[in-house]
Structures are given as C-alpha cells and as structure tokens.
Write a protein that binds this ligand. Sequence first.
Ligand code: F6R
Length: 619
Amino acid sequence: MCGIVGYAGPAVDGKALDVVMEGLARLEYRGYDSAGVALVCDGDVVSDKRAGKLANLRGALEAAPPPSSATAIGHTRWATHGGPTDANAHPHRGGDHDQIAVVHNGIIENFHALKNELLAAGVEFRSETDTEVAAHLVARAYDEVGDLTEAMRQVVGRLEGAFTLLAVHADSPNTVVAARRNSPLVVGVGDGETFLGSDVAAFIGYTRHAVELGQDEIVTITPGHYEVITFDGEPTSGKAYEVTWDAASAEKGGYDTFMEKEINEQPAAVRDTLLGRTDDAGELVLDELRIDEERLNAVDRITIVACGTAAYAGMVAKYAIETWARIPVEVSLAHEFRYCDPIIGPNTLVVSISQSGETMDTLMAVRHARELGALTLSICNTHGATIPRESDAVLYTHAGPEIAVASTKAFLAQITAAYVLGLYLTQLKGGTWADEARAVMAALHDVPAKVQEVIDQMGRVKEIARFMADTRSVLFLGRNVGYPVAMEGALKLKELAYIHAEGFAAGELKHGPIALIEPGQPVFIVVPSPDEPHGLHGKVVSNIQEIRARGARTIVVAEEGDEEVVPFADEVIRIPAVAPLLQPLLAVVPLQVFALHLSSAKGLDVDQPRNLAKSVTVE
Ligand code: F6R
C-alpha cells in the first residue's frame, strides 16, 4: 500500500524528476488515490501533488515544470488517514519555510498524541494525515541538530506503528534519508546515483543492484553511496543482492493489461517454480529450506496463514498435503490467526503464503507464530521481503513481478510451491511415500503445457464474459480442491467487475444457498476429475442437475472427455485431464479470464480496480 521512490544522482537536466515519475508509474499498483513529488532545487524544496491517478500529477508537472534537480522523492497513495484529496496527498511539508518534505507508507499509530503536542506548540496543519506529524517533527529536530539523518533518527524513536519515511531538506541538496519499520524499502545502487523504492520495480529500469534493509534501520543516500544505521544510531549494512528480472518483466509487453500478460505467464510461473527442485532421479531436493530433515520429519501439524487469493492457495494445499503426507493442515486467515489463541505445539509448522511478502496481516501472524514457538516457513514471490526474512525458512515462488492488483500467476505459483513442500514432506517419510511423491512430481512437470492449452482455448470464455456484462450476480461451485477454486473465481469477479459473486462448496448448496437460484442465475461449476477417488464427480453432476432444474444457467468447467456433464450444461469449458489434486492449476484459468473480460466489457480498469492496492501493508 502506497508506493515510495527516492533518488540522489548527478545534476543532469530533469533526471531526478524523470526517475521518480517513472518509479511511481511502476509502483502505481501499490496505491492510486493520489500522487506527488518533491525536489530539492537551489536551496529550496519544490513539490506538487494531486488527487487521482498519476496522470493527474503528470499533467500538472507538464503544465508547470519544476526547476531541474538532482534529488527527489515521490509517492503514490492508498489513503488511510484522510480522504484522497490534493491536501492529503504526499509529500507533506514541515518547517517555518517548508524546508522539509516527507513521504510515508504505513500508519503512525500515536499520531493523535503527537499532533496535539505540535498543535499546542503552535504548529499549523494542512492535512488530515498522520504523515504530516512526521514532517513537522523532522523539521523541528533538524532545526536543533542540523543533520537530516540524526533528525530522522530522533523522530522515528517517537513513532509507533508501521512506516517507511523518506525526507529531503532544502539545505541537503544531494541527500535523501529514509527509515523503515514494518514497511518495505529497498535501495538501488547505480553508477553515481542511488535509488530508494518500496520495491525494486521502482528503479529496475536503472539498476539491478539492490540492497535489502533490516527492521528499524535508517539509510542515507547520496549520489552513488548509501549508509545504513539502526534506530539506535549503530552503523550497520544492508544485504546486497542482484535482481533476477529486468525492466521488460515489469512492462505490459504488447498486452492491453498487466493482468492479461500475467495470465499468459502462468505456464512459466509454474515451470519456473518447479525448476531445480528435483534431482536426476526425480527426487525433490530442497536444500534452500535451511531446516534439517529431522526437524521437518517431526512436523505433526501444519497451519497455513495467508489472506485473500493466497489463502485460497493455502486451502488447495490443505487437501493435497493431507492426502499425500497425512499431516493435518489447518488454514487460517492471517488476520484471524493473529488475534486468537492458536494451538501451536513444538512440532507445528506455520506456513505463510504471500506474493508480496509484505502483507501486514500475514507478517503479524508469522510474528505471532514465532512468539508461540512454531517453526515458520514462508512461501513468497518477492526476494528479501519482510515475511521471508523473518521466517525460519523460505520457499520462493518464481512467478516474476506481479503488477496487476488482482493476483493470477502468483496464485498458480503459490499452489505449485505448496505442492512441492507437501511432496517433500511425503518423500521424507521414505518407502512407498517417496515413490508417490516422485510420481506426483512427474505429473506436476506436465502441468505448464496443460495450462498453456487452457489459455489457448479461451475464445468462448471471452464471448461469455462479453454477453454477461450486465449480470448482477454470479455463483461459483466446487468441491474438494475445486472449492477454493470456486472462491477464487468469485473473488476475481468481485474485485475486477464489481459484481456480487460467491463461491460455495457444492455440497453446501442444499443447506441454504440453493435458495439463491432463480431463473437465469449464472452459476459456474468446477467439476472434479472423473478419477477423483471419493466419487465426487457424480455428486457434482447431481448438483448441476439440481440447480438447472431450478432455472440456473450452468457454465461448467470440466475435463476433456467428461461427457456426463454435457446434458446439464448450458456451456462447457474444457480443461485437459490431470491428476485430481492438481486440477486447480488448470480450472482456475477460465475463471480468471472470465473476470478479466467481464471487467473490460464493463469498461473498468482491469489492473487497478477501485478501492484496492497491491501489497496491503497496513492491518
Ligand atoms: C486478490 C489478491 C489479494 C491478495 C492478498 C494477499 O486478487 O491479490 O487477495 O492475494 O491481499 O496478498 P499477498 O499474497 O501479497 O500477501
């Protein structure tokens, strides 16, 4: 939530502004209520900020270009304190002559008390934000100590909550100071220029040399240099790493939307997440986990914590891991887990699933789990993010950057990584368990090509979506691993097309939801594989008949060769046959495509749906 960019470089005409605006464009998916920039120019700080999307700010800057500068900060906002207005947009200014500008991601929880203190001292506020408090505090501290880093250090010691703060001062023409607690911040190191970003996408067009910062650290960047200290003032160093993807990965690459591109990248996301995880004999090798086999073999219970789409990936994993490894798995929404009394034993493994690795609810759940003594493992798509850094072990998904706010390829990669984990735990049990794990892994390697087949046959789904542009409600049904797929289909439709949608376990229908069925009600049904071992295929076919008899319009996602569904389906969307527990990787694709095209048919913004932001870094 909120995207932050900082730059300190050479005095090349207009470059600082260009870098920051480009960075904001790449980070706009993190929040798009308003945007702003501040530049240090000739002993002054110049800023501009506008409500609405980045285009509004761009227009304003084109109409009244600021003076050239070598140092700049920028912000794209998802509103928390104070509505999305020009006044509440960042940067916020502080000091008698507005000599400070500050941008902020997160929430300063004790801002009321601090604001009252400042009001009593005669400070005038120009916004309703918590951030403005930090701007005034840094300005006042600077007046006393005459050094921006020290001023920031003194202020962060007084702040409670989560924050990444960036500050520039009129008297420090080549310096940006940043501090982070519970909120993301990375440094980019170029040749004679240094960058700051909420994530590496902010500067990927300029450098792939990144430095990850720890919790409660302050970094001071100048052209080509950076220095890190802790909130206690102790010198420290960040952890340098190379970003493995390039700027092209964060661009649309000829597609109309990032979401469309990311749906098309799903075969690669699954393939890359499997890459290098088996040896020549087909055995899983997960040295990267950094947990010894004995400890993993002793795991007798797994709790998965995640939110939204990632939680649905966790639900799919539950069915698979319980079947393969015979270890009980519970899935908890991270925000619920954090504020209850979970039962954690010495051999409980808490697995967090998060694309961004920064979701505050999930991070808090992981911390809670560690406090309770659990072993924690993070399935994450973002190198060096806070959640993997704070977990005992990490299994990275390799989906590449996901820019569209609605998650697609990360979902498939998360399911894949969770399968890999489950199969590894199965393999550790040895004997026939290991044989089964090897067989499933072999089947999993065939999945990317099958996902591609589904993507290649989406013509009819797009047509259905266009015909249904005026639909007011859609239901989704599934069973077993198809149940979380149904919920994911409903979530995609809600967030992208603003249509009421619900996903149900098909067996639950007769216990209430069937009352929703009236003539013409569209219902998607994810039909289990006819090979499903518990006989669920037949039961779902009966469910289709029941709702059809009551007038539902049935849109059935079924495997090739499954003819039993045909008499009761208004539409059949075919997916290739696959082992029953692997089916979610295929069955969810038509539901993603449906939501995408329904959203476009309604003329909505597919990549940046209203009220949302990628990476939810506040609780
Ligand atoms: C929905 C979506 C969200 C995220 C959720 C968790 O399309 O993207 O539901 O899945 O906010 O985000 P991460 O995976 O970054 O923790």
